[in-house]
Design a protein around this ligand. Structure first.
Ligand code: ASP
Ligand code: MG
Length: 479
């Protein structure tokens, strides 16, 4: 059995919904051929809202709370038209189309009512926002199910509130790992066994009492993994708008290419360093059940995409991909008085944590004369200010000589689980950068050895990415 998840761009227009439906129809056909006609096709579909819809809904609700009723009124009519146009173009059956039109209208009326009460209250709670922001999936899933039926696939829409049971952390709810698999099996297996392809709303769930929740932005991937794990799928397919996961950002590194295989660990590292891939939380259910994931392109369905599995083949250098995190600031706490004095690092990071700043990288030389770390540029001033207060006494006594900072820096992360125990990787990176006169300001390697991260100047970052990509021959069919 496979889970096929379609993201916002994959269901963003009439053409893409048409492609998505054809892809599902082909998968159903293939499963049926393989398993024999009397077996159920074993395909489950999970769908995001049409591209941009979730943002429109959230913006409208926020405007409503601030007393502006125009955005939600506009959103209601605009969303009705957008969904109806697709239905009009892809569904011939008049009865089916009329039923769908009523469903859209009801859901959007409900959305309007909600926004009106948000305006009256003048307040938007996270709980209220979860009801509003889940409306997009509650429109796209019935639409896709109907388009599938129009393509000859026996399909039925299912609201994930019935199957993904969560706690009440609105906006970022966690699935309850006992209730959810049981509900999934009870509700979805009989459907699938009778040959129906369920189309489940991504992103949303409900508490045990039935109060709507959401799994966090971009949560449809997570929905797919939760459902795949609950039903013990053979594969979870994430259908998006690129040919899988790339070795680097192709806008910067021209020779970047899609990777055949990637490990769960590598995906997590890539996501941490800003690559637009699956969120680590998303893959957790798949990792725990050892279910492979595959990232595929709705707009180029014959491309094999990237398979994400527990362990991958060892490649020549062990390096898989290069990524960059931008708009960062490097902060250094330095002074001879720090040598052998316990607690400096703890106090440093306590002060940083009090500013709620996210630390992306830390490095301390063994001479202990300095600690440097990287935070987002937007948090830089607050962090430097907090450190000056924290270490006021040490600064006055010259135990700490300076708290310096450098804006406009970038972390370049070299990623690959195969680097573990492979000597010479760092040397190769430095050589490649040295040859192009790119200065490395700081370096860190995680103990997992699945990444090496370097700090370089913003102005040299793109060149650094290209140099490293080249030196490891990532664009030359290395994968
Ligand atoms: N529609 C939701 C969002 O935009 C969930 C998703 O697309 O995965 O965040
Ligand atoms: Mg989305």
């Amino acid at each position: 059995m496979i889970v096929m998840k379609f993201g916002g761009t994959s269901v963003g227009t009439t053409d893409s919904i048409d492609s998505a439906a054809k892809i599902v129809a082909a998968a159903v056909e293939k499963q049926t051929q393989r398993d024999g006609a009397e077996e159920s096709p074993g395909v489950l579909v999970v769908v995001s809202a049409m591209g941009g819809v979730t943002n429109t809904l959230i913006d409208a609700a926020q405007a409503a709370a601030a007393g502006d009723e125009t955005p939600y009124r506009d959103a209601r009519s605009q969303l009705l038209v957008r969904h109806q146009v697709v239905a009009g173009q892809l569904i011939e059956d008049g009865v089916e189309r009329a039923g769908l039109g009523r469903l859209f209208d009801n859901r959007l009326r409900e959305f309007e009512r909600l926004c009106r009460s948000i305006t009256v209250l003048g307040e938007l709670t996270q709980r209220g926002l979860d009801v509003v922001s889940g409306v997009g999936e509650r429109l796209s899933a019935p639409l896709l199910a109907a388009v599938l039926r129009a393509n000859g696939v026996n399909s039925q829409f299912v609201d994930a509130g019935e199957v993904i049971i969560t706690d009440d952390q609105f906006g970022n709810a966690n699935p309850l790992m006992e209730a959810t698999p049981a509900r999934c099996r009870d509700r979805l297996l009989p459907m699938m066994q009778s040959g129906i392809v369920p189309v489940v709303t991504g992103f949303v769930g409900a508490t045990e009492k039935g109060v709507p929740t959401t799994l966090g932005r971009g949560g449809s991937d997570y929905s797919a993994a939760i459902l795949g794990a609950a039903l013990d799928a053979d594969e979870i397919q994430i259908w998006t708008d690129v040919d899988g996961v790339m070795t680097a950002d192709p806008r910067i590194v021209e020779t970047a290419q899609s990777m055949e295989e990637l490990s769960y660990e590598e995906v997590a590292e890539l996501a941490y360093y800003g690559a637009k891939v699956l969120h680590p939380k998303t893959v957790t259910p798949a990792v725990e059940s050892s279910i492979p994931l595959r990232v595929l392109n709705t707009f180029n369905p014959s491309h094999p995409g990237t398979r994400i599995v527990e362990k991958t083949r060892q490649l020549h250098y062990g390096v898989k991909a290069i990524t960059a995190v931008r708009e960062l600031r490097l902060i250094t706490v330095a002074g001879r008085g720090m040598i052998g004095v316990p607690g400096i690092a703890a106090r440093t990071f306590d002060a940083v944590a009090r500013q709620r700043a996210n630390v992306l990288m830390i490095s301390q030389g063994s001479s202990e004369q300095s600690i440097c770390f990287v935070v987002p540029e937007a948090e830089g001033d607050a962090v430097v200010g907090a450190l000056k207060v924290e270490f006021a006494r040490e600064l006055a006594q010259n135990m700490i000589e300076e708290i310096s900072h450098q804006p406009d820096i970038v972390i370049v992360a070299v990623i690959g689980a195969g680097m573990k125990g492979t000597p010479g990787i760092a040397a190769r990176v430095f050589n490649a950068l040295g040859e192009r006169n790119i200065n490395v300001i700081a370096i860190a390697q995680g103990s997992s050895e699945a990444n090496i991260s370097l700090v370089v100047l913003q102005t040299e970052a793109d060149e650094a990415l290209r140099a490293i990509h080249d030196t490891f021959e990532l664009g030359n069919g290395a994968d």
